[in-house]
Design a binder for this molecule. Structure first.
Ligand code: GLG
Length: 807
């Protein structure tokens, strides 16, 4: 949009008066934020309304991305950026004596997601709008986002994240679009006089789903898409027959009902199997589908053609009940026959798998499922019965094979199996991951439905992760290669030709230095630790999980500590190791690793013998906003998961885009980063996929042998248990045991040696400034293919079959 500074100032003053009866000069920073937020929402609204009308009027095929998490991050800055008015607003505010950055800092970061999965959904939302794809999000409006993490005495403490305490300026409550979702009760097929069977569902509990819509503004285009998040509420009992008006019962119900959209499950790597979780899943899925079908009908279109107008994407298995729910709506409510409903459903739905880790794969006990969703269960039974016919036709006598692949089997409903059978497309999130799905985890299904499997490597939005997070680098890019990269991130490759240019190199280095200084200030303020902005900033930020191997990093630091203590003349490039990670509250081992890292930090940072060669920092409360501060200041990107375990990773892409050098195993999208930047511009270590798989086949390896034969490993592990590292009497022993007695499931010790070498390589590369800066530029200029704009275009043409309306 176009607006002058003068017009903006007028609008802002008027808005402030209207909202607070206050002159700008007397407004608190909170008032400034809300005034600006509401004003920007007004600016967005016209484009939003027009986009919605356009979609319905011209019958454009729309994508609905169903996801139990949307980790959006703050919206004020990105909305201003995408509207193309950030500079105007900044200057106008300045002239009024206000500071945009401080205002932006007032916004709470809505943490409606755990990690990569939820953040991917958010990046896709931004990229769909910016690429002109008619794409909406559908999810849950959690009252409490992911917990706030405090570190107290080295331990993680969780506090509730009441992000809605103050107003949320971006959402619009749409009470008139509320729908009802049914749980519990009895469901059966009742024979009619003319010999048919009709479904009956009685004694159910009804929950009101009220949508809150948030605008998703495209970058400097006309598209404003919608993110619809559902809130669980008590239906209006005034509508009910008088007998229902039992005050106490209503109150009891209220608690139970509202709890559905109360909290986000704080673990994305472990399927807990609690009934509340299944309630959440069915809640937003049913509400979303009901509203989609209503819109479709209102536009006067036949339901037999739903799949030509609507694509529903199932992000991981959490929204898998979308398959039987759409069947239910089409059959029970719209009177469609099974075969046609199945055709429409399969062609509407597509599914992304995000992990090969079995503990994360959802399966529901039949009894629990049947009890909560009796009608849906009947439908799944019928889907399973028909699927078993297909399997039997293929495998004949091999009943064990049929049982293995069935949807309902062994007393469980298997959501991934449901997704594979009930959709037309299954994709992995990086080449390696997709290959592993096809050759290992989902091999049987790949043999059955080879045409459904495809890869869509993840991506990130360069608008948030480069333009907003790293304005100085963005300006440098504009000055050297022009501004086309802002619209077409693949144009970042134009920067490649500057890799040897001393001027460009120097500027890249200065910008990194500025970002490091800013982060150092933040760390001083938050952790009261002084770090040296001239040291290497080696960064490991992501969820804490054994497979992500923060432990390997920490053990290596401990190793370096020993080296320094043993050799007072030990020579190394000073290094600052920065960690940030939340652990799932129930994940005891992960919390022990957090304590260990903090204990290590405490000891090393205060040991004068280290002479500042190493500093260790653990920043609390990792999330989108903190990532935006850390990533532009990073020089080494730790992507050191056990090969085969990290489906893709996305922070790896954000780091490279900001010029950090990736220190990585050949896991997930690291493989493709290597392909893009080439071997000299990344540091790879560790076991390959083949080695890992062969160890898994042969029951692991003997970690004790490494402990006994490698004195460095012995020295490190012994100091976990002999009191050398203070403050971890329990944690040290547990970690020691996990590595030795429980045989090091994640190959930490097996990869230790090659990790030490890789770290040495980093040091020597860093000392050669020409080489390092060249690597950095290679990384920045190769990162364009990892733009989510590229990824969503591939989804649009390869899976959703949507048209791009305009850019
Ligand atoms: C998963 C995986 C990540 C992946 C992300 C997005 O563990 O490797 O990058 O989804 O596809 N739960 C996750 O974060």
């Amino acid at each position: 949009m176009i607006i002058t500074k003068e017009q903006f100032k007028k609008d802002f003053e008027k808005k402030m008066l209207k909202l607070y009866a206050q002159e700008v000069e007397n407004a608190t920073i909170q008032m400034q934020y809300f005034t600006l937020g509401y004003l920007i929402k007004e600016y967005i609204s016209e484009g939003w309304a027009k986009t919605t009308t356009r979609y319905t009027k011209y019958g454009e095929k729309q994508v609905y991305y169903f996801s139990i998490e949307f980790l959006l991050g703050r919206l004020l800055a990105s909305n201003l950026l995408n509207l193309g008015i950030r500079n105007t607003v900044k200057e106008a505010l300045n002239e009024m004596g206000l500071n945009l950055k401080s205002i932006e800092d007032v916004e709470v970061d809505p943490g409606l997601g755990n990690g990569g999965l939820g953040r991917l959904a958010a990046c896709f939302m931004d990229s769909m709008a910016s690429s002109g794809i008619p794409g909406n999000g559908n999810g849950i409006r959690y009252k409490y986002g992911l917990f706030q993490q405090k570190i107290v005495d080295g331990y993680q403490v969780e506090l509730p994240e009441n992000w809605l305490r103050d107003d949320n300026v971006w959402e619009i409550r749409k009470s008139d679009k509320a729908v009802k979702v049914r749980f519990y009760g009895d469901a059966w097929m009742k024979p009619t006089d003319d010999g048919k069977l009709i479904p009956v569902h009685t004694d159910y509990q009804e929950v009101l789903a009220v949508p809150y819509d948030t605008a998703l503004v495209g970058y400097e285009n006309k598209t404003v898409n919608t993110l619809r998040l559902w809130n669980a509420e008590v239906p209006n009992y005034a509508d009910e027959p008088r007998g229902e008006l039992n005050f106490h019962k209503v109150l009891l119900n209220k608690r139970e009902i509202e709890s559905i959209s109360e909290v986000l499950y704080p673990d994305d790597s472990n399927h807990e199997g609690r009934v509340l979780r299944l309630k959440q899943e069915y809640f937003f899925v049913s509400a979303g589908l009901q509203s989609i079908v209503t819109q479709h009908k209102e536009a006067g279109r036949p339901l037999s053609e739903l799949h030509n107008f609507v694509a529903v994407h199932i992000n991981d298995t959490h929204p898998a009940v979308a398959i039987p729910e759409l069947m239910r709506i089409l059959m029970d409510e719209e009177g469609m026959e099974w075969n046609e409903a199945w055709h429409v459903t399969q062609n509407t739905m597509s599914y992304t798998n995000h992990t090969i880790m079995s503990e994360a794969l959802e399966k529901w006990p039949v009894e629990l499922f049947k009890d909560l969703l009796p009608r849906i269960y009947l439908i799944i039974e019928e889907i399973d019965r028909r699927f078993r016919e297909i399997l039997t036709a293929k495998f004949g006598e091999q009943q064990d094979q049929v049982e293995k692949m069935a949807i309902i089997s062994g007393g469980f409903v298997k959501m991934a199996h449901l997704c594979i059978h009930g959709t037309h497309s299954i994709n992995g999130v990086a080449k390696l991951h997709t290959e592993l799905l096809k050759s290992q985890e989902l091999k049987d299904f790949y043999m059955l439905y080879p045409y459904k499997f495809n890869n869509k490597t993840n991506g990130i939005t360069h608008r948030r992760w480069l333009m907003l997070a790293n304005p100085e680098l963005s300006t440098l890019l504009d000055d050297t290669i022009g501004t086309s990269w802002r619209r077409n991130p693949q144009d970042l490759k134009l920067f490649k030709k500057y890799k040897r240019d001393p001027e460009a190199q120097r500027k890249v280095e200065i910008i990194k230095q500025h970002n490091k200084e800013k982060l150092a200030e933040y760390i001083k303020e938050k952790n009261d630790i002084i770090i040296d902005p001239n040291s290497i900033f080696d960064v490991h930020v992501k969820r804490l999980h054994a497979y992500k191997r923060q432990l390997l990093n920490a053990l290596h630091i401990l190793h370096q500590y020993h080296e320094i203590l043993e050799n007072p003349n030990y020579d190394m490039v000073p290094k600052t190791y920065i960690f940030a990670a939340k652990a799932a509250p129930g994940y005891y081992y992960a919390k022990e690793v957090i304590k260990f890292i903090n204990a290590l930090a405490q000891q090393i940072n205060n040991d004068p013998r280290v002479k500042g060669l190493i500093k260790v920092v653990f920043l609390e409360n990792y999330g989108v906003t903190l990532a935006e501060k850390i990533i532009p200041a990073s020089e080494v990107s730790e992507q050191i998961s056990t090969t085969t375990k990290e489906a893709s990773g996305t922070s790896n892409m954000k780091f490279m885009m900001n010029g950090a050098i990736t220190l990585a195993t050949l896991d997930g999208a690291n493989v493709e980063i290597l392909e893009e930047v080439g071997d000299p511009n990344i540091v790879i270590f560790g076991m390959t996929e083949k080695e890992i798989l062969s160890y898994y086949r042969n029951g692991g390896y003997r970690s004790r042998e490494i402990y006994e034969s490698d004195i460095r490993v012995k020295r490190v592990l012994d100091s976990l248990v002999n009191g050398h590292i203070k403050g971890i009497p329990v944690e040290g022993v547990d970690i020691f045991k996990s590595l030795i007695d429980y045989n090091d499931e994640f190959f930490v010790l097996k990869d230790f040696d090659s990790y030490v070498d890789a770290q040495k390589k980093i040091d020597s590369l860093y000392q050669d400034r020409f080489t390092w800066n060249k690597m950095s530029i290679e990384n920045i200029s190769s990162s364009g293919v990892f733009s989510a704009d590229v990824t969503v275009m591939q989804y649009a043409s390869g899976i959703w079959d949507t048209r791009i309306i305009e850019r």
